[in-house]
Design a protein around this ligand. Structure first.
Ligand SMILES: Cc1ncc(COP(=O)(O)O)c(C=O)c1O
Length: 463
C-alpha cells in the first residue's frame, strides 16, 4: 500500500485519519504505522488514485453506485453550482421546487408501469424505511392493520433500525437486537449447491412454496410488504430463476401484500435497463432506489410508488406522516438530473445490455481456477463464489474465510491495483460491479489482476 503524502493544508492525512475519521464497517484498530489507511484522493473514468499517486481500477463503482465513472465532475459540478446560485436549499416539506419536480417527473418517466409518485430520501436505507412506513400507512388508509415485512436470507437493505430489521445478515443484526419486531425472512434465489437434477422450474416452485408457507405461518393479513432485490447483492449476485417474480407477484396479490423491489443497486442501468423491475417484469407496487440515481455524486435516493399506492394519500386531509429535511434537496436533485441526462446521452443502460455477454465471457475465464466455484450475475453486476474444493464445491469454515478474505484477499487485491469486494456476508464471494462506462479493456484488466491474486489465494488454501 502506498504511503500517504501530506495534504496541501499541511495536515498529516494518515495521522488525522487515524485520530479523527471513523470509517464505516471498518476495523479501525487494524490501521497503524505499517498499515496505512487507504486514502483515495482523485478519480478519472473507471480509475482512482490514492494520496500517494498509485492508481486503482475501481471494479466496484464506489459501492455499486458510480454509474458514469469519475470524470463528470466538471459537467455535474456546473449543474450543482448553477443550482447553488439559484436556490441552494429548500425543503419538500409542504413546498415544491423546480428541480425536485423535474427529477420526480424524470424518474416517473423512466420507471416501469404506473410507478409515478416519487418521495425523495437521502439514501438507500432511508428509502427502505420510507417504503415500509408507506406500506403500513397505505394499509391503514384502507382500513387494515398490517405491519410485518418479509425479506430474504442474507439480503442487505441498510443499517437504520427498520432497514436493518429487514436485512437478513445475522452478523449485522445481532449487535443491535432487539430490532423492529416481526420481520420474517425467506429463502433467497441462491441456486449454487442445489441438487444437480433440480430443474429451474422446480427451483422456482421450491422458493415460492417457501414464501407461501411463510405468508401463511405469519398470518397473511398481518403482512404489509414483501421486499426483495431483483438481483440480490449480499451472498453474491443471486439472479431470479424464470417465473420467480411472477409467482411472488401472484402470492402478494392473492394476500393483499405490497411488493417492494429494492433497486438501490439494480436501479439506473446496472443490469442493462433503467430498472431491473422492467427487465424481470416484476411489477412492484414500490421501488426503493438511491446510489445510481446520481451516480453517487450526491446523497439522494427515492421511494417510487404506483398510482394505486399513492391514491389514498391524495384525498382530503390524508398525509403520509413521514419526511426528512434533505429529501429532494435542490442541489442534489440538480446533480441527479444531470447524471440521468449524461446516462441517457451516453446510452449507458443500452451499452450494459449490449456488453454484458462479453463481460460475463471474460469473467468466465476465472472459473478455471480451483478456488472459483461459481460465477453469478447479470449486466455489470457479478460475483465469483470462492470454494475450498471446486470438485465438491465445499465452502470454507468461518476461520478459513476470515483468513482468506480479511487476512489476504482484501489487502492483496488493493495492493494489486484493483478495488472489488471480498464479501463474507454469505459464503465467500468476490463482487465485481464496475462503473457502467467500463469496456473490454477494463474487463480484461479485471480478469488479469483477479486471476493473479486468486491464483495466489488458491495456493494459500492448499490447491
Ligand atoms: C439493496 C440495498 N438496499 C439498501 C441499501 C442501503 O443503502 P445506503 O447505504 O445508501 O443506506 C443498500 C446499500 O448497499 C443496498 O445494497
Amino acid at each position: 500500500m502506498t504511503a500517504t503524502a501530506n495534504d496541501p493544508t499541511g495536515i498529516d492525512l494518515q495521522q488525522a485519519a487515524r485520530d479523527h475519521l471513523w470509517m464505516h464497517f471498518t476495523r479501525m484498530g487494524a490501521y497503524g504505522a505499517d498499515h496505512p489507511v487507504p486514502i483515495i484522493a482523485r478519480g478519472e473514468g473507471c480509475y482512482l488514485e490514492d494520496s500517494g499517486g498509485k492508481r486503482y481500477l475501481d471494479a466496484l463503482a464506489g459501492l455499486f453506485a458510480v454509474q458514469v465513472g469519475y470524470s463528470y465532475g466538471d459537467e455535474i459540478g456546473e449543474a450543482a453550482a448553477a443550482q447553488m446560485r439559484e436556490l441552494p436549499f429548500y425543503t419538500n416539506w409542504s413546498y415544491a421546487h423546480p428541480r425536485a419536480i423535474e427529477l420526480a417527473k424524470r424518474i416517473a418517466d423512466l420507471a416501469p408501469g404506473d410507478l409515478n409518485r416519487v418521495f425523495f430520501t437521502s439514501g438507500g436505507a432511508e428509502s427502505v424505511e420510507g417504503a415500509w412506513k408507506l406500506a403500513r400507512q397505505f394499509h391503514t388508509a384502507n382500513g387494515e392493520r398490517r405491519w410485518k415485512a418479509i425479506g430474504r436470507d442474507i439480503a442487505y437493505h441498510g443499517t437504520s433500525m427498520g432497514a436493518l430489521s429487514i436485512t437478513g445478515v445475522p452478523g449485522l443484526r445481532q449487535p443491535f437486537e432487539p430490532l423492529v419486531p416481526q420481520v420474517a425472512h425467506v429463502r433467497n434465489t441462491n441456486r449454487f449447491r442445489r441438487p444437480a437434477d433440480e430443474s429451474e422450474e422446480q427451483f422456482t416452485q421450491f422458493l415460492l412454496d417457501d414464501l407461501e408457507h411463510r405468508i401463511h405461518s405469519e398470518g397473511p393479513d398481518t403482512i404489509a410488504m414483501v421486499i426483495m432485490e431483483p438481483v440480490q447483492n449480499s451472498g453474491g449476485a443471486f439472479t431470479p430463476p424464470a417465473g420467480y417474480f411472477a409467482g411472488v407477484r401472484a402470492l402478494c396479490d392473492e394476500h393483499g401484500i405490497l411488493l417492494c423491489a429494492d433497486e438501490v443497486i439494480t436501479g439506473f442501468g446496472r443490469i442493462g435497463d433503467w430498472f431491473a423491475s422492467a427487465r424481470y417484469d416484476i411489477r412492484p407496487d414500490i421501488i426503493t432506489c438511491a446510489k445510481g440515481l446520481s451516480s453517487a455524486y450526491a446523497s439522494i435516493g427515492a421511494v417510487i410508488a404506483s398510482d394505486r399506492i399513492a391514491e389514498p394519500f391524495q384525498q382530503g386531509d390524508a398525509t403520509f406522516m413521514h419526511g426528512v429535511t434533505f429529501g429532494g434537496h435542490p442541489v442534489q436533485a440538480a446533480i441527479a438530473l444531470k447524471n440521468l441526462e449524461i446516462m441517457e446521452r451516453e446510452q449507458l443502460p443500452q451499452t450494459v445490455r449490449a456488453t454484458e455477454d462479453a463481460f460475463r465471457a471474460t469473467l468466465a475465464q476465472l472459473l478455471e481456477l480451483p478456488i472459483v466455484g461459481d460465477l453469478r450475475g447479470t449486466g455489470y453486476f457479478y460475483a465469483l463464489e470462492l470454494v475450498k474444493d471446486s470438485e465438491t464445491n465445499a465452502t470454507f469454515t468461518e476461520e478459513e474465510s476470515e483468513r482468506l478474505l480479511r487476512g489476504f484477499l482484501s489487502e492483496r487485491l488493493y495492493d494489486a491495483g484493483i478495488i472489488c469486494r471480498a464479501d463474507d456476508r454469505g459464503d465467500p464471494a468476490v463482487q465485481i460491479s464496475p462503473p457502467l462506462v467500463a469496456g473490454q479493456q477494463q474487463f480484461d484488466e479485471i480478469v488479469t489482476i483477479l486471476g493473479e491474486v486468486l491464483t495466489e489465494a488458491s495456493r494459500l488454501v492448499g490447491h
